[in-house]
Design a protein around this ligand. Structure first.
Ligand code: HAX
Length: 434
């Protein structure tokens, strides 16, 4: 493998390693914050206790990918000829290398991904061995796990490899996984919802466009949506459930196939990535109950009823964000351009105007504003992907860009095994009595 992304990493890794070593050597004892009883009991919210260089989440303004906003990237990343949205693979190159890639670097990466795209038969067989009504996220996670057979990292580790070389086969595996993910996702889609009739990738299409093609969704605009979607869902710092799970598992020197599969299992939870399917279900249900686009009063009635039943409003709230998610806003801009009159879009606009006030009045959610999952399903549904159970699979394909970048970079820095200290309730009670 000799590709430009690898060369860029080879050039930058010595600098990053020195910085990492110096920080540990010179500031290792510096305190970054307090660990409170609430940290231990409340899901470690806000605890600054891990490294993630690919993106940073500001509670007010949202995500920055290597310092760039979503708008920056939509403007500055290379695009396929005539396309509105950039190559998602360009975003991956940015996450990995820390610098905006040239068009030549992205095309080089696209070539490498294209070569590795075909799916081995045994992966299809593993997926096929599951009952067809198995949740698509289970099928995705199983398919990714099965790919561990391809792991160059595992092979070289068994033979014996210096730890400073770990990142190279990790990158090789990351390329294999990212290349094959659209094929796995499309295989599941066609298996479950399209009579098990499959579509081969095309050699003239980029990674994002091939996903749309292999799913068989020909609606104009869907390819652009896929490129935007794959960019927006890719990375959200290191502490969210999927990213953190991947980092934790990878810290044991498990391959990216093991660690990303584990991360995907976290993404499959309704408080995380499954919120995208839950959200669209909720929207469709309101429209069914009120026979079309609901008025704001009807949305309010419906939302209050959801809360009364002790459920959350899907797509609203966030563990870190304290404002409307810019990923929601980017999708809203896309909808205003491509589907302003779609009744689903009108409905979520009414929801956006009503739900934050309801959550504020309820006084529990720290963030009453929408996250990206509040919008994504409406866009997918507009272009014909109406199978809600599948939405988190697309999220997973995108999130793997971030997860694999974390794995490669943490191996480059030789970040050690994660092993926080747990405490018992008795220990905490005794501590609090002092
Ligand atoms: N509807 C109703 N209640 C909500 C709420 C919502 N959308 N969001 C938060 N709350 C409640 C919490 O359930 C919690 O209630 P209790 O005190 O009774 O336990 C309280 O408000 C405080 O929660 P918080 O501190 O504001 O939120 P957390 O950091 O604990 O949780 C969540 C963040 C995203 C899980 C939460 O806001 C939620 O459940 N939202 C709905 C599901 C959702 O949209 N998930 C996707 C998030 C984005 C993401 O990761 N995508 O992959």
């Amino acid at each position: 493998m000799s590709i430009m992304v690898k060369e860029a990493l080879e050039e930058r890794i010595p600098f990053w390693r020195e910085r990492y070593r110096n920080l540990r050597r010179n500031c290792g004892e510096r305190t970054l914050g307090e660990v409170t009883v609430d940290s231990a009991l409340g899901g470690m919210r806000g605890l600054k206790s891990m490294l993630c260089d690919t993106s940073h989440l500001d509670p007010e303004s949202g995500i920055r990918f290597r310092g760039y906003t979503i708008d920056d990237l939509r403007e500055q990343l290379p695009r396929p000829p005539g396309a509105e949205e950039p190559y998602p693979s360009g975003l991956w190159a940015l996450l990995l290398t820390g610098e905006l890639p040239s068009k030549a670097m992205v095309l080089d990466l696209e070539d490498e991904l294209r070569k590795r795209m075909p799916l081995p038969q045994y992966v299809k067989d593993v997926i096929k061995s599951l009952p067809v009504d198995t949740h698509p996220m289970t099928q995705l996670s199983a398919g990714v796990l099965a790919l561990h057979r391809e792991s160059q990292f595992a092979r070289r580790y068994t033979v014996g490899m210096h730890r400073d070389e770990h990142w190279e086969p990790m990158l090789d595996d990351a390329l294999t996984l990212i290349a094959k993910l659209p094929s796995i996702a499309a295989y599941i889609y066609r298996r479950v919802y399209r009579s098990d009739i499959h579509i081969d990738p095309r050699s003239d299409l980029d990674w994002g466009a091939n996903l749309a093609h292999m799913m068989g969704i020909e609606a104009p605009g869907f390819v652009e949506l896929m490129r935007l979607y794959l960019l927006l869902h890719s990375d959200h710092e290191g502490g969210n459930v999927s990213a953190h799970t991947n980092i934790l598992v990878n810290s044991a020197l498990s391959s990216v196939f093991y660690s990303v599969s584990a991360g995907l299992n976290g993404l499959a939870g309704p408080l995380h990535g499954l919120a995208s399917q839950e959200c669209l279900r909720w929207v469709v249900k309101i429209m069914r109950v009120y026979d079309g686009v609901p008025t704001k009063k009807q949305v309010s009635e419906f939302a209050l009823n959801t809360l009364r039943k002790g459920k959350v409003i899907p797509g609203y709230g966030h563990a870190v964000l304290r404002n409307t998610d810019p990923r929601y806003t980017a999708q809203r801009e896309f909808a205003l351009k491509h589907m302003p009159d779609d009744p689903l879009f009108e409905t979520i606009t009414n929801i956006y105007e009503v739900v934050p006030d309801i959550l504020i009045a309820q006084g529990k959610a720290k963030n009453p504003w929408p996250n990206l999952d509040a919008h994504s399903g409406v866009l997918l549904s507009h272009f014909g992907v109406k199978e809600h159970d599948f939405y988190t699979v697309l999220f997973g394909v995108s999130r793997a860009l971030g997860m694999t970048a974390h794995a490669v970079l943490n191996r480059a820095l030789n970040v050690p095994l994660e092993r926080p200290k747990s405490v018992t309730l008795d220990w905490l009670a005794a501590e609090c009595e002092d």
